[in-house]
Ligand binder design. Structure first.
Ligand code: BTN
Length: 263
């Protein structure tokens, strides 16, 4: 197994900020935990922490993120928005859309976004994002965007293989992790700028075209354990999921996990 070629990444990265400062580790507990620590100091926006392997990779809602060495991409990116949280609603979904487009461009294989920001290939999860924000005096001053992608994994652990996969298994080809990282950072930089200038609205059309489960019956378990059911009808301007229930009412879900329901 070959380690990431950091020189190649630095040579090919054409971004202004994202990834210009890059901390590389063979092993970390979690790139997001490490970057959150670094963010207490003076590191700037665009700083990236990347690891070949994570021993305690974290996913959304307390899940862990399986991070075997040399096969996937596990990295975290620091944003310093300096904006009230209301101005950042929809950011997670917008960046999920950006990441899906970047992965699709490199792999030449369709990638969809499962709300709020899981990446799917042929109806299987190949990647996920974890956004963790910290505020101070009413402004979000740090957002750590953690991205995990199963890239060249040939084996998926038994307990995950019903729903998860890798780009390698879904496309039948190996993908350069270096090119993926370069493509992701460059797309995310452009799209974060667009989000700051125009908000979530500029992503709505792009996202609709790749919104996994659109028109499907689904249930959402929100952060408080409340379950909502309906047909996925899209998302609103804050990036919340919209379901149409059996009575035809629109139900809005702003946090949680969405699961397709058996017919
Ligand atoms: C999810 O789908 O639940 C989100 C997974 C996010 C995993 C990434 S891997 C890099 C970064 N470091 C972490 O500990 N988690 C994120």
């Amino acid at each position: 197994m070959k380690n990431l070629d950091i020189n190649y990444i630095q040579k090919n990265l054409k971004t202004r900020e994202f990834g210009r400062k890059l901390f590389y580790f063979e092993q970390l507990d979690s790139t997001s935990s490490h970057l959150a620590e670094l963010s207490k100091g003076s590191v700037g926006q665009g700083t990236v922490v990347i690891a070949e392997q994570q021993t305690a990779g974290r996913g959304r809602q307390g899940n862990s993120w399986h991070s075997p060495p040399g096969q996937g991409l596990y990295f975290s990116l620091l944003l310093r928005p300096g904006l009230p949280s209301v101005k950042l609603s929809g950011l997670t979904l917008a960046l999920g859309c950006s990441a899906a487009e970047a992965v699709e461009k490199i792999t030449q294989n369709p990638v969809t976004v499962k709300w709020p920001n899981d990446l799917y290939c042929n109806s299987r999860k190949v990647g996920g994002m974890l956004t963790e924000m910290q505020s101070h005096g009413g402004l979000i001053d740090n957002a750590v965007i953690g991205i995990g992608l199963n890239v060249n994994n040939e084996l998926i652990p038994q307990e995950l293989c019903d729903t998860a996969s890798s780009l390698r298994l879904e496309t039948g080809k190996a993908t350069s992790r270096e090119n993926l990282l370069v493509g992701l950072l460059s797309g995310l930089e452009d799209d974060y700028r667009l989000f700051r200038e125009q908000g979530f609205k500029s992503f709505a059309g792009r996202l609709t075209a790749r919104f996994f489960l659109q028109g499907k019956r689904a249930s959402v378990q929100d952060g408080l354990g409340i379950q909502m059911r309906g047909v996925v009808s899209g998302f609103d301007s804050d990036g919340c999921l919209l379901l149409t229930d059996q009575q035809g009412r629109i139900v809005k879900c702003c946090s949680g996990t969405v699961t397709e329901m058996e017919r």
